[in-house]
Design a protein around this ligand. Structure first.
Ligand code: FES
Length: 106
């Protein structure tokens, strides 16, 4: 499945993700600027903050309580379409997912 990231400089990166890999891990593995993923995906850093573009936000699962707390503490402004990308696993249903990388992560 492909996922596209717009980095904080406005450059679009379209990546063919491995099935089951998170959006954070995919970004880090391909060097997408702006995605840090400091805690390795254990919901302890919020440095994988992204803004999910329409229409994808509604197709993702619910935000867990811990993700919700971590998003409240994220560096960049929290918006309704904010998610932590380590909590989004790529799958065929998410083929074409499009996100914007939050401008500050740490
Ligand atoms: Fe730390 Fe996502 S990588 S919360």
């Amino acid at each position: 499945p492909t996922v596209s990231y717009m980095d904080p400089q406005g450059t679009e990166h379209v990546i063919d993700a491995e099935d089951g890999r998170s959006v954070m891990e995919t970004a880090v593995a391909h060097g997408v600027p702006g995605v840090v993923g400091q805690c390795g995906g254990s919901l302890a850093c919020a440095s994988c903050h992204v803004y999910v573009r329409e229409p994808w936000i509604d197709r993702l699962g619910e935000v867990s309580e811990l993700e919700d707390d971590m998003l409240d503490g994220a560096m960049a402004e929290r918006r309704p379409e904010s998610r932590l990308s380590c909590q989004i696993k790529m799958s065929a249903e998410l083929d074409g997912l499009s996100v914007e990388v939050a401008p500050e992560q740490l």
